[in-house]
Design a protein around this ligand. Structure first.
Ligand code: SF4
Length: 262
């Protein structure tokens, strides 16, 4: 029911589970990614849900949190700061207890917030091969069909570099949620094209109201399980992306102001 409402189709959960079983039957590394929001948080943050996935043979569970962006952004679905902390706490607790890999991509081993785009861990390739800063920033100046090859194209992209650096300079959290004005500034500066089919990405950016994100100073929850602590320390940290940033009192005060409006 909740899945049908969110995806706008009928029988979404059953069809998804059938697809899941088909992948598992074929021996494919398979995970379940969910977007936690107000209407599913109480179901997804339960040991029963993860036990169900384990029994089906799923290899990993990925907890995204709903971000109000796009043509039909729905603020009422977005999590409150205390709920974001609840998600993080659940993930670190379950990682230490259950035999299933659990992914949340917004924190280092000490529980400090980070943005995978700013740290250079990931960018996004759209359905037409466009190289976008991240899945929710649907603008690009380059495409994977570039004759230089994908590695050189991504490495040398001034657009992607500017995004990493400007975002890291301003926040450890999500630049789209906290500073849509900066996203617009870079898109205009580089003359980036809208990569959406709907062609309304700039209007959607203009319609956004800045809000808090995963950066909640003082609410850091370090990893509990030794394996995640080590893995994150060496393979999923900020990799020095924030070393030139001034995330001191002024930046934190801005986050606190966004939180006060929450
Ligand atoms: S900009 Fe926001 S949505 Fe994109 S990778 Fe960073 S934290 Fe995630």
């Amino acid at each position: 029911m909740v899945s049908d409402e969110r995806r706008g189709k009928k029988d979404v959960l059953n069809k998804t589970l059938r697809g899941l079983d088909n992948c598992l039957k074929e021996g494919i590394l398979t995970g379940v990614a969910t977007s936690v929001c107000q209407t599913n948080i109480d179901e997804l943050l339960t040991e029963e849900w993860l036990q169900h996935l384990i029994q089906r043979g799923v290899h990993y569970a990925w907890y995204h949190t709903y971000r109000p962006v796009g043509p039909k952004m729905n603020m009422a679905l977005a999590l409150r700061p205390d709920q974001l902390v609840r998600v993080r706490k659940f993930v670190t607790d379950m990682r230490a207890r259950l035999p299933i890999a659990i992914i949340d991509a917004y924190y280092d081993s000490e529980g400090q917030a980070l943005c995978p785009m700013s740290t250079g861990v990931s960018h996004h390739i759209g359905p037409k091969g466009d190289l976008e800063p991240c899945p929710i920033i649907q603008f690009a100046t380059e495409n994977i069909s570039d004759p230089r090859g994908i590695y050189a194209t991504m490495r040398d992209s001034a657009f992607l570099k500017d995004f990493r650096e400007l975002s890291a300079e301003h926040t450890r959290g999500c630049v789209v949620l906290e500073r849509p004005d900066l996203v617009k500034q870079l898109v205009v500066k580089h003359g980036a094209r809208d990569t959406t089919v709907r062609g309304t990405a700039m209007a959607e950016l203009d319609a956004m109201t800045p809000r808090f994100s995963q950066w909640l100073p003082g609410e850091e929850i370090p990893e509990k399980h030794w394996m995640y602590r080590i893995a994150k320390k060496y393979w999923f940290s900020d990799f020095g992306a924030y070393r030139n940033a001034n995330h001191g009192a002024t930046a934190k005060a801005k986050v606190q102001a966004l939180l006060a409006k929450a």
